[in-house]
Design a protein around this ligand. Structure first.
Ligand SMILES: *[C@@H]1O[C@H](CO)[C@@H](O)[C@H](O)[C@H]1NC(C)=O
Length: 126
């Protein structure tokens, strides 16, 4: 088996803007994963809203932002998109991203983002 190191760069995020009550936090900074392995990226958030959407975006080395997966706060099941799935824990305000069967092309910066339905603002930076 070929061992390939996939560097992830995920920086701690803080709230963008001035008067927003929401925060999105990604505690992991960089992860190395072997090809074909499964990995999990953590994200916690805080909001006073009860209705919101959560997103995981991937920024490719060329700078392109790609939406990977979206989770609605009222969805009764975890969103799944091909090799990507989330573990959404609404009470704990956590949305981890699971990447199965890791591939070289997964090496990227991953952003967790929150959009409150009422104010329609997005935040999150990783
Ligand atoms: C997502 O999956 C986890 C683990 O199976 C489960 O604990 C959690 O309740 C699920 N979340 C939703 C919104 O179904």
């Amino acid at each position: 088996m070929t061992l390939v190191s996939l560097p992830w760069a995920i920086l701690v995020s803080t709230c963008l803007g001035t008067s927003m009550a929401q925060t999105v936090t990604q505690s992991q900074t960089e992860m190395s994963v072997q090809e074909a392995e499964t990995t999990t990226l953590d994200c916690t958030y805080d909001t006073k809203d009860s209705n919101y959407y959560l997103f995981w975006y991937k920024q490719t080395p060329s700078g392109q932002m790609i939406l990977i997966i979206r989770q609605g706060a009222y969805k009764q099941e975890n969103a799944t998109e091909n090799r990507f799935s989330v573990n959404f824990q609404k009470a704990a305000k956590s949305l981890s991203l699971k990447i199965s069967d890791s591939q070289l092309g997964d090496a990227a910066v991953y952003f967790c983002a929150l959009m409150e339905n009422t104010v329609r603002q997005a935040t999150g930076r990783g």
